[in-house]
Design a protein around this ligand. Structure first.
Ligand SMILES: [Zn+2]
Length: 57
């Protein structure tokens, strides 16, 4: 499940339950909306690039 922190807007994924933001440590977290989840996955796509050359810019 993907969560978002209302305190610092940090978005993170957890397979189980979680009760605090791993970034700021506050318990102000909630389940991410569909749009937030989509944005989160887009952001993660930037990680681990490599191998095949892609278009730049
Ligand atoms: Zn936070």
């Amino acid at each position: 499940m993907v969560y978002v922190c209302d305190s610092c807007r940090f978005v993170f994924e957890r397979t189980g339950e979680t009760d605090a933001c791993p970034d700021c440590g506050k318990p102000d977290i909630r389940e991410a909306s569909e749009a937030e989840r989509d944005e989160y996955r887009k952001g993660r796509a930037d990680f681990g690039k490599g191998g095949h050359g892609g278009a730049k810019g």
